[in-house]
Design a protein around this ligand. Structure first.
Ligand SMILES: Nc1nc2c(c(=O)[nH]1)N[C@H]1C(S)=C(S)[C@@H](COP(=O)(O)OP(=O)(O)OC[C@H]3O[C@@H](n4cnc5c(=O)[nH]c(N)nc54)[C@H](O)[C@@H]3O)O[C@H]1N2
Ligand SMILES: Nc1nc2c(c(=O)[nH]1)N[C@H]1C(S)=C(S)[C@@H](COP(=O)(O)OP(=O)(O)OC[C@H]3O[C@@H](n4cnc5c(=O)[nH]c(N)nc54)[C@H](O)[C@@H]3O)O[C@H]1N2
Ligand SMILES: [Mo]
Length: 717
């Protein structure tokens, strides 16, 4: 091997090899992260990726998902050209069409539905990706439809709303200044790897870590001083029981409570019924552990609570559980205090960076009046707080046509596998007059579309992004978009022009839109284009604890509300409770018959290191870590059912059945089964009913439903 060959094999950048390091960001994962990436590029091809060492956010680190970027971008099932369906819906038979032709068909079809049924009969829906959302939201409104919806119908928005209802603003943990870290459903190693360093540092300076989780996770093993291995979905009871202990031991911060909170008397009265023995029995915990964890949390302050983004609200009692946990922060005077939890308002796309943008004005200025959203009236707090439809009622409304027909969907990255009762949504999509979807990959959903558009990845596009600490970046593409793919924002702006939507801003293109949104921050797109790394934003100012309470909470009383006056508005007509009440996570599935036929609690979608939702199941490196869809079952349960490691099993509920492999574990207690979501060949969402929803948020009980399991004998099964 020559030296040059050796250098090339080792992918060493430089003039000799012609390998260049180009900066971008990893958008495989959630927008809360988007780590900086070094892409090693030669002749327009990505050879490898690494974390960018001097990136202000991830400082060189990337996770086990991010390392897959090269294989992700070059996945064999990338959609190459715009496509028109020629076979049956779902059959996967398409013919290529030009972009102009695709835009023309989309325009004609959407306008035909609008003419016949009204603009609200067209629904606009976005899957997980957030980066194009302000433009997409505005597109829907400029078209004239109020029906814009996203994966926020199932992700972390319910946690945000629970925070808004209680304190007026969601409040994150100030781990850097805390003495105690209460990780409530915290699995940082898997779902948010950069959060671990802060917890480690806290431990190193002598702080205490409590983790509440039904599983023994790496966070439990490596970080926890106390692990409360709770029964899934019983967290609300634990939080209320802890409140009782805190109040009775005189650990509540009465000065804080008097000054900054509302409804303490009713709350203190309510928690009296959550005695230690009762709570220990509901939660499956040792009373002594609950006592000790509560003592540490309440007396070794400041204490920060890190609630999971979505786990708590993935139960039908989750909204109130989230509130009950949040109340512990105010009860102990840790809310909006250094080392506690403090609100840090988002700057752009959920990410706080210490400056304000005109993200919301950008689309609300086009909001159509006088229309009723899909699901409107079913989840009144959602209606009040969220500027999008709750998608859990989408399939029903399409099929039943009430209160009005929905006849077309324009989707960006729509993914039916992620909805409970996926089969019903597919039925609904089959009944539409028209369905268009843009995605990188020919996934199960795209196969049902009449027109499929090829989107490109973050490495092939230019994308605006803000970061904590007051940074912003406009990335540059590191390679040309593959095949005929385009960035989603170019698709939206070109379609706006082709359809003559009459929206000058969208017609001007993405950069003009961003310039409008960031106006006043001290930087323009032209400034950002001079860099390929995040730069400090002149208008950014760090947000400090205490600032929020000083101005008064954004709640009806201006206080932190143990007793929510917002929820109280809906008590009489909708039965919503103003206090953070506890209810059974399986309330709708707890009949004797159900207990007998489906004795296991099914928890779906606990995060695993090798994938985010469905996005890496088809990527060879990531897939090799977990080649088969498998469900986890406690070893003793498995033994009782004659199930051995790797056995084929049927996992079923009253709604459906899937076939997977059994993985035996001691990491979960008896009576529970955990299964990862996002597989087409074993879609666990077929087991979750469309009506198994939290009445406050409309969120599905993904993490608490009933199921059963049986070993498959092989032949004929
Ligand atoms: N059972 C169960 N179901 C769940 C969950 C669970 O825990 N359990 N979790 C829920 C949660 S929290 C969430 S957030 C949702 C996530 O649900 P989805 O957002 O539907 O999940 P993804 O698999 O990320 O699918 C997004 C789609 O977007 C495509 N895509 C990726 N990048 C781009 C892009 O740049 N442009 C376009 N146009 N498309 C792109 C992907 O290829 C994929 O097809 O799932 C929910 N569903
Ligand atoms: N690797 C990876 N990372 C991801 C994602 C992914 O799909 N894969 N998805 C991203 C998205 S969209 C989201 S919303 C976030 C979600 O992020 P997280 O909410 O952190 O994700 P989970 O791992 O589902 O849940 C965290 C922990 O909650 C525990 N848990 C489960 N049920 C209960 C319960 O009843 N009570 C308590 N106290 N704990 C419980 C789980 O065992 C787990 O250890 O992750 C983001 N990050
Ligand atoms: Mo999510």
């Amino acid at each position: 091997m020559t030296e040059l060959e050796r250098l090339l094999k080792a992918k060493i950048p430089g003039e000799r090899t012609g390998i260049e390091i180009k900066h971008s960001l990893c958008a495989i994962c959630s927008p809360g992260h988007h780590c900086g990436l070094d892409c090693y590029v030669k002749d327009g091809v990505i050879l490898k990726v690494e974390g960018t060492p001097d990136h202000p956010y991830n400082r060189g680190k990337i996770c086990s998902k991010g390392v897959n970027n090269r294989q992700y971008v070059y996945r064999a099932d990338r959609i190459r050209t715009p496509l028109r369906r020629v076979g049956e819906r779902g059959e996967g038979k398409f013919e290529p069409v030009s972009w102009e032709e695709a835009y023309k068909i989309i325009g004609e079809k959407l306008n035909a539905v609008k003419a016949q049924y009204g603009p609200q009969a067209v629904a606009f829906f976005s899957g997980y990706c957030k980066w194009y959302r302000p433009l997409f939201h505005r597109f829907a409104y400029s078209f004239g439809s109020i029906n814009y919806g996203t994966d926020d119908s199932t992700c972390n928005q319910a946690s945000v709303v629970a925070g808004m209802v209680t304190s007026g603003a969601p409040a994150g943990p100030d781990t850097g200044r805390a003495n105690t870290f209460l990780g409530w459903a915290f699995s940082g190693y898997y779902s948010s790897h950069l959060s671990i360093a802060g917890v480690r540092a806290l431990k190193e300076r002598g702080g205490k870590v409590i983790i509440v989780d039904p599983r023994i996770t790496p966070a439990v093993k490596n970080l926890a001083d106390i692990h409360l291995q709770i029964n899934p979905g019983t967290d609300g009871a634990l939080a209320l029981g802890m409140a009782k202990i805190i109040i009775e031991n005189g650990w509540a911060d009465m000065d804080f409570i008097k000054k900054y909170t509302h409804g303490y008397e009713q709350y203190a009265q309510y928690v009296k019924q959550f005695g230690l023995e009762k709570v220990a029995s509901i939660c499956g915990l040792d009373p002594a552990d609950i006592m000790e964890a509560t003592r540490i949390f309440a007396t070794n302050g400041p204490a920060a609570i890190n609630q999971s983004a979505s786990t708590m609200v993935h139960f039908i009692n989750g909204f109130q559980a989230f509130r009950a946990i949040l109340c512990l922060s105010a009860l102990t005077g840790n809310f909006d205090q250094p080392g506690g939890n403090f609100p840090n308002p988002p700057t752009y796309l959920h990410k706080p960076a210490g400056f304000t943008t005109r993200e919301h004005e950008f689309y609300t200025c086009k909001k159509p009046e006088g229309q009723r959203r899909i699901a409107e009236g079913k989840f009144p707090v959602w209606d009040l707080m969220c500027d999008e439809f709750q998608a859990m009622d989408l399939a029903r409304q399409i099929i039943e046509g009430t209160p009005y027909p929905v006849k077309a969907i324009f989707g960006l990255g729509m993914n039916v596998k992620m909805f409970p009762a996926t089969d019903k949504l597919i039925e609904a999509i089959k009944q539409l007059d028209f369905f268009a979807d843009a995605d990188l990959f020919m996934n199960q959903t795209a196969k049902y579309a009449d027109i499929v558009l090829p989107s490109c990845s973050s490495l092939e596009r230019s994308e605006f992004k803000v970061y904590q600490g007051g940074y912003a970046v406009l990335t540059k593409p590191v390679i040309e978009p593959l095949y005929e793919s385009k960035s989603d924002t170019d698709i939206l702006c070109e379609l706006a022009r082709s359809m003559k939507l009459g929206d000058e801003m969208l017609e001007k293109g993405y950069e003009a839109c961003i310039d409008w949104i960031i106006d006043g921050c001290g930087l323009t797109v032209a400034d950002l284009k001079k860099h390929d790394m995040p730069v400090p934003v002149p208008a950014a100012k760090p947000v400090q604890p205490g600032q929020y309470l000083a101005k008064g909470c954004k709640t009806p009383t201006g206080k932190f509300e143990f007793y929510s006056e917002t929820l109280a508005r809906f008590t009489k007509d909708c039965g919503l409770e103003p206090l953070p009440v506890y209810s059974d996570p399986l309330a709708d599935e707890n009949s004797d018959d159900m207990r007998r036929d489906y004795p296991f609690l099914l928890s779906t979608g606990v995060r695993v290191p090798n994938t985010i939702h469905s996005r890496l199941h088809e990527v060879p490196w990531a897939r090799s870590l977990r080649p088969d869809p498998c469900c986890e079952i406690n070893r003793e349960d498995a033994a009782a059912l004659g199930i051995a490691e790797g056995d084929d099993v049927a996992l079923y509920s009253r709604h459906g059945e899937i076939r997977v492999k059994a993985r035996l574990t001691r990491k979960i207690k008896r009576g529970q089964i955990f299964m990862v979501h996002g597989y087409t060949e074993a879609n666990v969402n077929l087991l979750i009913g469309e009506k198994h929803l939290d009445p406050y948020s409309g969120y599905p009980g993904f993490k608490g439903a009933r199921c059963n399991i049986r070993k498959l004998s092989g032949v004929g099964e």
